[in-house]
Design a protein around this ligand. Structure first.
Ligand code: XMP
Length: 510
């Protein structure tokens, strides 16, 4: 199968680029610039290479770089942003920094005739984010696009099939981004459209049959989309050698534990062990208020419970996790900052007894995971179910977690979600839930003064969960939810709606 190498020079766009390529049915692999040698690139037989952007300046000491012989491999290269500057720099062009040439955000770009811009109008919107720019194109290259501030918004050397764009075709704000990728893949690299999610399912099943054949494998089933898809995928590969352990940590939504058991044991016939560990988790979390600490404790406790189960199931050595890509980048890769440590990546204790960890969905975005789920025959409602964080309601009960607070949150959440679903807003909101804040507020019920909790409602609309906007819920609905929660849930005297996008907020409150 034809494949493209996304050579990652830092920043957070590498997966987005890979995803654009995959959306065009070409397989893309991401490798960090310092983790793949030029020999390996040659041996892998890539049809094209894409250099990603990155936060550095090419001329700084220790900036990510690559062997300039990469341009002699006769493999087409597309450089994006930092990648474009690196291409210029390594080919003896010039890159300069000038504050007055910096551009951030949506910018008008004008393109000249070039294979990369086939079917791209002369003038369109692109997304810029740079201070440095290519001030002199290298020999053999010519400028193929420019903006008001940037004299070289793109350059190409069509003979050597080297292309570079200063802007970001991978973000949706670049109007013709998809067209540009399509031109690179099909006009320049002559790739065949061979990658579909069918291949992912098929190749993963084959791969795990071979890799795990005969081994006893344990999977942490949370009931969320990711681990459910991982479970069914692995079940297809190794059948009953897979045991799923469902840990009810007592931090699940109302009635969730029962539903998960019914679905996976009943409908899918998975080998499922349900462990009721609510008390155990609550004891560990007693007095803990710091969000990262909560995550770490829950992550570690999860593993301990699994280990315990694994010991009972003799010879279990492999642990499968439903980690998906946004978990991976946000837990900090090599040198990018840690935003939150998602428990299924960051919290693993070092003394774990599993000799192998398998993460079949590690490279996929949420919508790709869903496609895989549907292909595996998992029902639509299950696959399009909103995500739920591993640490569960622990990150939605702010401050210390107690049984009482959990009960309040479960009831408030059930009212909010059911009202939203009744109002047919399910499609519009990608994730919606209630949060129990740690603030109390004065209220009045009947003639009595109350002093209860403040519940916050959160609903966001997003494709990839890396950025999100708030869902515009009609006031009438918010009012109804608020009235119901205040009337029906003991100890709540305020309901507020969270109107923060991501960024700057995250989706969860902790
Ligand atoms: P944030 O809050 O980082 O969340 O904007 C992005 C998406 O990830 C989910 N999330 C988690 N998922 N373990 C998970 O498996 C976690 O610790 C975790 N924290 C957040 C969150 O619900 C949203 O969909």
């Amino acid at each position: 199968m034809d494949k493209i190498l996304v050579l990652d020079f830092g920043g957070q766009y590498d997966q987005l680029i890979a995803r654009r390529v995959r959306d065009l049915n070409v397989y893309a692999q991401i490798r960090r610039y310092n983790k793949i040698s030029i020999e390996e690139i040659r041996e892998e037989g890539y049809k094209g290479i894409i250099f990603t952007g990155g936060p550095n300046s090419v001329y700084e000491k220790d900036s990510p770089s690559y062997d300039r012989k990469i341009f002699n491999l006769k493999i087409p290269v597309l450089g994006i942003c930092y990648g474009a500057q690196l291409m210029a720099y390594l080919s003896d062009g010039e890159v300069s920094s000038a504050k007055d040439s910096s551009e951030y955000g949506s910018t008008k770009v004008r393109v000249r005739e070039d294979l990369l811009f086939k079917d791209v109008p002369q003038e369109s919107e692109c997304w810029m984010s740079h201070t440095d720019f290519i001030s002199k194109v290298p020999e053999g290259f010519h400028v193929t696009a420019y903006t008001d501030k940037c004299p070289c918004a793109a350059m190409s050397d069509p003979i050597r099939k080297l292309y570079a764009v200063q802007f970001h075709p991978e973000v949706t704000h670049t109007e013709y981004g998809t067209q540009i990728f399509s031109n690179f893949l099909f006009e320049v690299c002559k790739c065949a459209k061979e990658w579909t999610m069918d291949d992912f399912v098929e190749t993963s099943i084959e791969r795990y049959k071979k890799e795990l054949g005969g081994k006893k494998v344990l999977l942490a089933l949370s009931g969320g989309v990711d681990s459910s898809v991982a479970a069914v995928l692995l079940h297809k590969a190794i059948g009953n050698d897979l045991t799923c352990v469902f840990v009810d940590h007592g931090l699940l939504r109302k009635n969730e534990a029962e539903q998960v058991e019914e679905l996976f044991k009943g409908k899918f016939g998975l080998n499922l062990i349900a462990v009721d560990a609510g008390e155990r988790f609550l004891t560990k979390l007693e007095g803990v208020t710091e969000p990262e600490k909560k995550r770490k404790i829950i992550g570690e406790e999860f593993i301990r419970v699994f280990e315990q189960e694994a010991r009972k199931l003799k010879d279990t050595e492999v642990l499968v996790q439903g980690t998906i890509y946004p978990d991976v980048i946000e837990s900090g890769k090599d040198d990018s900052a840690t935003i939150k440590s998602h428990h299924n990546v960051g919290g693993l204790p070092e003394d774990m007894m599993f000799s192998q960890i398998v993460e079949p969905l590690r490279d996929l975005f949420k919508d790709e995971v869903r496609k895989v789920g549907l292909e595996l025959g998992i029902p639509y409602d299950m696959v399009y179910r909103q995500p739920f964080p591993g640490p569960g309601l622990a990150v939605r009960v702010l401050g210390e977690i107690t049984k009482e607070k959990l009960a309040i949150l479960k009831d408030a959440d059930a009212i909010f979600t059911s009202e939203l679903e009744k109002a047919d807003l399910k499609e519009k909101a990608s994730q919606y839930f209630a949060v129990l804040t740690d603030s109390r507020a004065v209220g009045v019920k009947g003639d009595a003064r109350t002093y209860g909790y403040t519940v916050a409602l959160r609903a966001v609309t997003t494709n990839d969960f890396m950025t999100a906007r708030i869902t515009r819920i009609p006031y009438e609905l918010l009012e109804r939810v608020s009235t119901r929660i205040c009337n029906e849930v003991k100890d709540v005297s305020r309901v507020v709606y969270d109107i923060t996008s991501k960024p700057p907020g995250t989706i969860e409150w902790e």
